[in-house]
Design a protein around this ligand. Structure first.
Ligand code: C2E
Ligand code: CA
Ligand code: CA
Ligand code: CA
Length: 279
């Protein structure tokens, strides 16, 4: 597959002959980059779906600040990283950066929680839940300062194992969310048993709910489903005020999207948070 950054062009050489070499180059540079601390986080706010649109948390999204190639987006390197068993290291770095930033915000009187995305290998690692517990203790953070997001497809890759790990993660105290809900070919049966707090409805449904009655019906009924299961629902991909108002009508709890705020670096996010006077 072609590796492209959000700018559209190939980040690393592609083409059939070059493919294997490009992959190796990327991995070598990624290992070095990890050692040099080149991974950075951008943060995208989550707000309540009401007139106040109060900020309750932010999602941490990883980027690779490459010294020559510039800012590289996750879609361009996470797949390769996973295939080379580098995701464990990446998650550890991301969790550490996220907790450090959350600590800083708490100290500045901005009590936002930070959500981190997990991968298949994290849920396979039997030591992972304890790692999360140790991290929260090290940073002196209350467990609710951290949320962990797991996509449906990650959950389905190794469902029995994933369920066990989620149960143990839940004991460590952070909130748990199912990400990209509705796209992972999963069934309703796992909703009966998953120990999660939040469902994040995929933007494929959310972004179309203003123009497509079927999408609107799916969004509306998923809100009701989540609520009847005692879960909160988070709509992602909210790109304009019209969708926000619709979500309000459906009783959706939280929203995230370019229409509210784009992911930004920590400094810009802090300014944004202070501007909203959430303190
Ligand atoms: P995701 O977890 O579903 O994150 C949301 C993605 O949608 C982000 O892209 C975000 O920038 C983008 N987005 C947010 N609001 C809107 C909107 O209104 N419209 C549109 N069109 N897009 C929006 P990003 O940062 O490129 O991340 C892509 C994916 O990479 C993430 O999807 C997540 O699955 C993965 N990812 C990002 N950071 C991490 C990480 O630290 N660890 C792991 N394991 N995966 C990560
Ligand atoms: Ca996510
Ligand atoms: Ca998502
Ligand atoms: Ca996604």
């Amino acid at each position: 597959a072609a590796k492209t950054g959000h700018g559209g062009g190939p980040v690393f050489a592609t083409g059939l002959d070059d493919h294997a070499r490009a992959r190796l180059t990327m991995l070598e540079e990624l290992r070095t980059g990890l050692d040099r601390g080149e991974l950075v986080l951008h943060y995208q706010p989550k707000v309540t779906v009401d007139a106040a649109a109060r900020v309750v948390g932010v999602e941490a999204l990883v980027r690779w600040q490459h010294p020559e190639r510039g800012l590289i987006y996750p879609d361009a390197f996470l797949y390769t990283a996973e295939s080379a068993d580098l995701m464990g290291r990446i998650t550890a770095v991301v969790l550490d950066l996220a907790c450090r930033q959350s600590r800083r915000w708490h100290d500045e009187g901005l009590p936002v929680s930070v959500a981190v995305n997990l991968s298949v290998s994290d849920l396979r690692d039997p030591g992972f839940p304890e790692q999360v517990g140790a991290l929260l203790r090290r940073h002196g953070l209350p467990p609710e300062a951290l949320e962990l997001e797991v996509t449906e497809s990650v959950l389905m890759t190794d469902a029995d194992n994933a369920l066990q790990t989620l149960g143990r993660l839940r004991d460590m105290g952070p909130r748990l969310a199912v990400d990209d809900y509705g796209t992972g070919y999963s069934s309703l049966s796992y909703l009966q048993v998953l120990p999660v707090d939040d469902l994040k409805l995929d933007r494929a449904f959310v972004s179309r709910c203003g123009v497509d009655p079927r999408s609107a019906a799916i969004v509306h009924s998923t809100v009701q489903l989540a609520h009847s299961l005692g879960m909160q629902i988070i709509a992602e991909g909210v790109e304009d005020a019209d969708i926000f108002e619709r979500l309000r009508g459906y009783g959706c709890d939280l929203a995230q999207g370019y229409g509210i705020a784009r992911p930004q670096d920590a400094t810009t996010t802090t300014a944004w948070l202070l501007d909203r006077e959430i303190a």
